[in-house]
Structures are given as structure tokens and as C-alpha cells.
Ligand binder design. Sequence first.
Ligand code: FAD
Length: 306
Amino acid sequence: MKRLTELMKRRTAFSFELFPPKTDKGMEALPETIAHLCEFNPDYFSVTYGAGGTNVGKNMDVCRMVQDAGTIPVTHFTCIGNTREGIKEQLQNYLDNGVTNILALRGDLPFGWTGTGGDFAYATDLVAFVRKEFGDKFEIAVAGSPEGHIACRSLEADIAVLKQKQDNGADYIMTQLCWDMEQFKRWLDAIRRAGITMPVDVGVMPILDQAATINMALSRNGCVMDRALCEIISRNWIFPNPFVSDPYDADVEGKKARFKEAGMEYTVKQIDAYRSLGINGIHLYALNKWKDVSEIVRRAGMRTIV
Ligand code: FAD
């Protein structure tokens, strides 16, 4: 059953991403976070999957929490360190637990690795394998990179890969964060011209913390920060830089608060811009934080609290 794909063809979906916390304390706090976010009646929660399956058990626990809250879990699943047999086993386990939605990814290569260390090098192969082994039992999302994946030869090559994912049986796209709206529009036009008809569920990263924002943009994906975002960062720069644990800046707390406020406004405007393009879904990377994320959802008018 393609519940989310069908829904996205009818109206704009709305969802959150969670990650399995590392600590027991974090795990204990998560049901409350999910309950708060459920006040907005999200269509699903996606749950990240650690490199090499380091958090597989916790990933399933978080999927269960989402089910217990009465919502659909979408588990991320990667090729990292996974053999064909291992993939079959794990995916059967998800099915046995009622998890029928996956985001099929290559996965972030662990530090120092040059390949996936598993049977598949690319997400395209994983999608084809899941369809071959499990037929239509899973609804399959795949990643799309509006700025092009950092390792791709060209944006055209990356779009060809995305088309291959569709041809191999993927159902819809979840995008990498993209703050460059002009580039996003070019990409959206280009994928449609390439015959990619899958719904596009746009990943939105809330701007809440200076160091985290810069890290998110540059540590892996080479994402462009537009002038408005750069201004927010510069106006609230924590000296000597936002990465040190003992900054000498006299106004650290004030700058953090002003950065967060300006960042939330920026995020809301970004959601407006995406919605005005008629995209099929807004997927908020909730970072396991319900208070700030709820404020963004409220200000953006994504949902009326039920
Ligand atoms: P692919 O689609 O396989 O692409 C990887 C690169 O290889 C691209 O440059 C592509 O152009 C190229 N390529 C693909 N196929 C071929 C081919 N046949 N021949 C030649 N080149 C090819 N990572 C995690 O580890 N855990 C997570 O939970 C997670 N969640 C994510 C959620 C979202 C919404 C997104 C967008 C990403 C997430 N990631 C996660 C990161 C993702 O795993 C990385 O971006 C990874 O580097 C690429 O994954 P992919 O599925 O896009 O790879």
C-alpha cells in the first residue's frame, strides 16, 4: 500500500524526522517529544539509521514509539556494511513489526571508509533489491539532492541516478536540505523534465544553533547558505568562533538567543517559499526537539493544533 505517496498526490504531507538518542535518558524522553509533535497531527515520522547499523535496535524502538503514538514510522535504511542476506533479515524484521515504509539510502560513509563495505554500492541497487525480494510490501522513499550530491560527477548525472531510483521502483523523494531556493527551483524543473514524477517531500532543517547550522551545511554536503542566512550568522557571530567550548565573547547567551529567533523566522519563510512552489510534502528535521520545532510549525501555520 502506497499510503504516503497517494496522500502526497492529494495534498501537501507534513512530517518530522527523529534520530535514536544515544543515551537511555534520551530514549526515555523521546515518547514525550513524539507526543508533543503529534499535537500537529503529522502524517509520519522518519527515524534515522546509524552508519553500519550501529543503532539498529534503537531505531526499531523509536519506530515502535511512533506506532504507539498512532502514527506511521518511516525507517531510514542504508547499504553500509549490509549484505544481501542481512538486508533481507532486517527488512523482514521491520515487516514483522508492522514497519512498511523505508527511506532507502546508500548511507553516510563512516570516517575513513571509501565504500559501503556491503553488497551494494548505491541506493539504486538497494531499491531494486527490496522490490525484487519484497514486491510491494514496502513503500520506498529515496534521497534527492537539489544541489547535487557532493560526490556526483554533475547535477545531470545525479538526476539520472534519481530517475534510475524511480525506474527501479522507488515511490517518492525526500530531499537533502537546500537553502538556495533558486537552485531548488532549477532542480525541480530539471527532474520533471527528466521524467521523474515521484512526489517531492522537502527536507527542512530548522535554523536554531549557529555551530550546528554551519556544520550541517559544510561538514558533508557542501550546501549553499544564501545571503540572508549568512547575515544571521555574521550578525550573531560568537567570538572567536561558534565551535569553541569556551568563547571569550561577552554576549554568548544574547547572541545565541537572537540567532535562534532570527533562524526560526528564516525557517518559517523557507517553508512558505517551498509551499508556494506546490511541493508535495514538508519534512521537518525535528532534531528530537519539540519546543522550538513546535514554534516553527505554529508560526508557519502548517497545522491547526487538534
Ligand atoms: P546514492 O543515491 O547511492 O548516491 C550516492 C552518490 O553516488 C551520488 O553522488 C550519486 O550521484 C552517485 N551514484 C549513485 N548511483 C550511482 C551509479 N549507479 N553509478 C555511479 N554513481 C552513482 N545517512 C545515514 O547514514 N543514515 C540516515 O539515516 C540518513 N538519513 C538521510 C535522510 C535524508 C532525507 C537524506 C537526504 C540523507 C540521509 N542520509 C543518511 C545521508 C545519505 O546516506 C548520504 O547523503 C549519502 O552520502 C548518499 O545517499 P544516497 O541514498 O543519496 O546515495
